[in-house]
Write a protein that binds this ligand. Structure first.
Ligand code: ATP
Length: 453
């Protein structure tokens, strides 16, 4: 397969669309913004929530071997001693401004990045974790950290989950939540920020079966992105070389995506061996093991960790969905968003603002809203209104015209194909449900006409 070298959309176009339509705003903008922090606006919060829901459905709801967790952001400081985070990031660090690899400055011979020859940031004693204080006294004993990953909350709850769910190996814990990293360099919009969200899985397996489960999860996770409409040719696996593997990792592979700035990590999948449970067992003095009924012995499971970023998935989904074409004789920008992800599932558009038509359309709008996020737009020409919905990825527009008052039918217009059908209002919900579920309905229930080609 030949790899595409360049994404089809520039970052500026995405940033501008996100701002213009209320997907993403710079944080604290009225005060001049806060570097690398972003606020998700009315449409962004819907898209983001839909991404997390899709992940949760595929990862927890539809699987027998996974359970969810929501652990707290602040954890006992010993957690970060045991995990290696306190120690591991306390060196004088420099970061390459080009490839973002970080180096201990006292290990470097010259003043350029050994990997790519790029310029380096000034060295500083740097720990990636945000530090704060618990309680009123700001002293060493009250230091706590904002978690830099959600993973540790799952490791330290291993016994709790095992005892309360009675899961047998292999099984996994899944968690979605905020993480914080005081990144040396940030940028590329929401790709790298200091506050972000992760969707992480810790999958516990019998030692010896870890390679097989690692391969399984790599494939599973790639398929998840493809199932949400991301093109396979825009995804690439990047297995880590022996030299770059973390000391505890047995194998690691990134799922890279072709972002506007080039190929970059969307998700990392690691075979962490027994490192985490062994570390926390020895640090806490609690035996974090699993009693294997067959072998009649305690074993320490190995862990496979697929770790994805919500914000990077958001960006990848937008890049993949963005398109410009011509519709109904006009140029349009559109987002080919998967119906599960679209912030607004349908928009009700009355052809006129006249009272009797408007109140009729509003009844339809109120009814649809019981089930979905639905929009209502009666401003300007119908063409303009279609364009506005296309630009935010609304899969269907429901047009209410004067004939609707007589025949109790409305027109559904499909975003991508531009096809239109008239359906009885009684079948509108059933039709939308089927279409949003991915069915290509040509013949409609209860006397609706077929698609007008
Ligand atoms: P990078 O090399 O890009 O800094 P990483 O290897 O440090 O990423 P992991 O620790 O593997 O990242 O975190 C898992 C996932 O969390 C990443 O694949 C990414 O999607 C997300 N992520 C990590 N750091 C950030 C960040 N600063 N901003 C947004 N998302 C992030």
């Amino acid at each position: 397969m030949t790899e595409p070298a360049k994404a089809k959309v520039e970052m500026e176009k995405l940033v501008s669309l996100c701002r213009r339509r209320g997907f993403i705003f710079p944080s604290s903008e009225i005060y001049g913004g806060l570097s690398s922090c972003w606020d998700y606006g009315p449409l962004g919060v819907e898209l983001k929530r839909n991404i997390k829901d899709a992940w949760w459905r595929a990862t927890v709801q539809q699987r027998d071997d996974m359970v969810g967790l929501d652990s707290s952001i602040l954890m006992h400081p010993q957690t970060w001693e045991a995990s290696g985070h306190v120690q591991g990031f306390s060196d004088p660090l420099v970061e390459c401004k080009g490839c973002h690899l970080r180096w201990r400055s006292d290990d470097l011979a010259g003043d350029k990045c050994p990997e790519c020859g790029g310029e380096l940031t000034e060295p500083r004693l740097f720990n990636l974790m945000f530090k704060t204080f618990m309680g009123p006294v700001e002293d060493k004993a009250s230091v706590v950290y904002l978690r830099p990953e959600t993973a540790q909350g799952m490791f330290v709850n291993f016994e709790n989950v095992l005892n309360t769910t009675r899961k047998r190996l292999p099984f996994g814990i899944a968690q979605v939540g905020k993480s914080f990293r005081n990144e040396v360099t940030t940028g590329n919009f929401i790709f790298r920020s200091r506050e972000f969200e992760q969707m992480e899985i810790e999958y516990f397996v019998r030692p010896g079966t870890d390679k097989q489960w690692f391969d399984y999860w790599v494939e599973e996770r790639v398929n998840w992105y493809v199932s949400l409409g991301i093109k396979r040719e825009n995804l690439k696996l990047r297995p880590h070389t022996k030299e770059e593997l973390a000391h505890y990792a047995r194998e690691c592979s990134d799922i890279n995506y072709l972002f506007p700035m080039g190929w970059a990590e969307l998700e990392g999948i690691a075979n962490r061996g027994d490192f985490d449970l062994v570390q926390h067992a020895s640090s806490s003095g609690k035996g974090l093991s699993y009693y294997d009924e067959e072998a009649k012995e305690h074993i320490v499971p190995y862990i496979i960790e697929p770790s994805a970023g919500v914000d990077r998935t958001f960006l990848a989904i937008l890049c993949d969905a963005y398109d410009e074409d011509e519709a109904e004789g006009e140029k349009r920008v559109l987002l080919h968003l998967h119906p599960d992800l679209a912030p607004i599932k349908a928009a009700v558009l009355p052809l006129s603002r006249k009272e009797h038509l408007a109140s009729f359309a509003k009844e339809i709008y109120a009814d649809l809203r019981k089930q979905w996020m639905v929009g209502y737009d009666d401003a300007q020409s119908i063409g303009r209104r279609y364009r506005r919905q296309d630009e935010i990825g609304t899969p269907f527009c429901v047009t209410v015209d004067f004939e609707s008052l007589e025949d109790k039918q409305v027109t559904i217009r499909e975003r991508d194909s531009l096809r239109q059908i008239r359906v009885p209002i009684d079948s509108l919900k059933a039709t939308l449900r089927a279409k949003l579920g991915g069915e290509d309905l040509f013949v409609l229930p209860d006397g609706g006409k077929v698609w007008k080609e």
